[in-house]
Design a protein around this ligand. Structure first.
Ligand SMILES: [Fe+2]
Length: 526
């Protein structure tokens, strides 16, 4: 579900002619990382390589823990090779890795060799341990004679340790063919500890030739090779690579990593896809997702399942609960939105989450998830209409979790949402139909990186949404990301936007800033 359509059609635009300037450590390292197709614009780097660069998809880190993180890359000298093997032979290849305290690798503190195996698309996922908590590190890979770009990462503070300040951005929805990933470039230039990606990392749709940055012959993927090449197209982007190289990411998927609005084992259009075909597709898509994300071994897919709900802890300041609202949900059903037997989290995940929220926690408790949590009535007057793909389509789960936050006394719950390609700020009310009821939690909704094209301040329907839902305090439909700065006393959310994604190099600006005070749920304008 989303609120706007893919309208970023700008044929004839030329892709930015510069690679990376001013991105520090990633600048030189990224040369040659863009490739192929109708949008090829650069010759290979001047110093011709004896061996083709296998690091065309960049590097990434993720899952920061007090003692380490995951380091990622994938060998793909020919990233869009038709067979989905990235130009690699059907055998394993050793990849060396190093972690250092300095970006020149004078003080290497960990090193090793990992096998890049064809069964996992020659991806590499190194789970580094033994590092210091709350510290900055640099990492790189080597395959044959070729060195990867250098990535920067950081470990989480020790569990329970006092943390004075933590900054992270959250992001979602990046249709490659809707525009340039300038917002990722701007995010890479921020001073952050972490990036949280809430899904729609890729879009599975077939490309319309009139769209922006269309790759030749781009059809809707259904096979492992097809999904791999969709990730390869996205991850060839220098701006996205810069954002991955700059910070550790925590990722979770939404629907478009497989198919629009899928629900557990049901595709959106069961009349067009058989159950068997959809499950085969789900399996392929989840494997390709794992192969391209800095996830732990615990998330290696098993048949059609991937383990993604989890908690990451950042000292005494932040508990980050990452939720999965796709794999376990009942099928969307507008008529049954109030049916108490339906679920969006599934029983097991819900139990896990309730236990985590009721136990000892950090000061700020984030639910990092996909779809709109607060009630959102789209229709003026006494009539009502709601999204059946959002928590509004699963009212019993939504209200139950909200009530649990209140009765458990969870410290400062903040719900982060993607999916709708717009920024919102909401008070999560004890009773959404009673504006005077208590505010239980805060919901911050992030806009898209590109999906929907350049975007607008507001749609005509937004006035209705604001009038019908007094707990919604802000709507904006430009593109960007949300930057959050946490201290013990305050959460500051800056809605960072770029005014254009269809012309290169747009600057970023803060469209609005909201703050949440410790102990007072609900964000207010700064
Ligand atoms: Fe989306």
């Amino acid at each position: 579900m989303n609120d706007d359509t893919d309208s970023g059609s700008r044929p004839g635009l030329t892709r930015r002619q510069v690679l990376v300037r001013g991105a520090g450590i990633t600048a030189g390292a990224l040369a040659g990382s863009t490739f192929g197709g109708a949008w090829a614009w650069a010759a290979p780097p001047a110093a011709a390589r004896a061996v083709r660069d296998p690091f065309t998809l960049g590097v990434a880190s993720g899952e920061p823990a007090p003692d380490g993180a995951v380091l990622w890359t994938r060998l793909a000298p020919s990233p869009l090779a038709e067979d989905g093997r990235g130009g690699m032979p059907d055998r394993s290849a050793p990849v060396q890795w190093q972690v250092a305290e300095d970006e020149r690798f004078g003080r290497v503190v960990a090193r090793g060799t990992e096998l890049a195996r064809p069964e996992l698309g020659h991806s590499v996922h190194v789970e580094v341990g033994g590092l210091r908590p709350g510290a900055e590190y640099f990492y790189r890979f080597k395959a044959g004679p070729e060195l990867s770009p250098v990535g920067r990462t950081s470990t989480a503070p020790a569990v329970g340790a006092r943390v004075d300040r933590l900054a992270f951005a959250f992001t979602s929805c990046q249709t490659y063919t809707s525009g340039l990933f300038t917002a990722h470039r701007r995010m890479a230039e921020e001073d952050l500890d972490l990036v949280v990606q809430l899904g729609d990392y890729i879009y599975e749709g077939a490309a319309n030739p009139s769209q922006f940055r269309v790759h030749e012959g781009q059809s809707e993927p259904v096979s492992l090779g097809g999904y791999r090449n969709r990730y390869a197209q996205y991850k060839g982007d220098a701006d996205l690579q810069a954002a991955h190289a700059a910070f550790p990411w925590v990722v979770v998927l939404d629907d478009h990593e497989i198919d629009n609005n899928w629900a557990d084992e049901v595709p959106q259009d069961p009349e067009l896809q058989s159950r068997e075909a959809f499950l085969a597709r789900r399996k392929a898509a989840l494997q390709a997702y794992y192969e391209h994300m800095p996830l732990r071994r615990a998330s290696i897919p098993k048949d059609i399942d991937i383990q993604l709900y989890r908690r990451l802890i950042f000292g005494d300041l932040l508990d980050l609960h990452v939720l999965d609202t796709r794999q376990y949900r009942s099928d969307q059903n507008t008529a049954a939105r109030l049916d108490t037997s339906r679920t969006i989290l599934g029983d097991e995940q819900e139990r896990w989450l309730r236990d985590a929220l009721a136990g000892p926690t950090a000061r700020w408790n984030v639910l990092a998830q996909q779809v709109f949590f607060s009630e959102r009535d789209f229709t003026a007057g006494t009539q009502t209409s709601y999204s059946n793909d959002a928590w509004d389509g699963y009212v019993a789960d939504r209200d139950g979790l909200r009530d649990h936050l209140a009765t458990a006394g969870t410290s400062n719950p903040v719900i982060l949402t993607g999916d709708v390609h717009a920024n919102y700020v909401c008070d999560v009310k004890a009773d959404f139909d009673d504006p005077s009821s208590r505010t239980v939690a805060t919901e911050l909704v992030g806009t898209s990186i590109t999906t929907g094209g350049d975007g607008v301040e507001q749609n005509p329907g937004d006035a209705v949404q604001l009038a019908e839902n007094p707990h919604i305090k802000f709507i904006n439909r430009k593109r960007g990301y949300v930057r959050n700065t946490l201290t013990a006393s305050q959460w500051t959310a800056d809605f960072r936007i770029v005014d254009s994604v269809t012309t290169p190099d747009a600057p970023v600006r803060t469209r609005a800033t909201f703050v949440v005070e410790d102990g007072r749920p609900g964000a207010v304008p700064a």
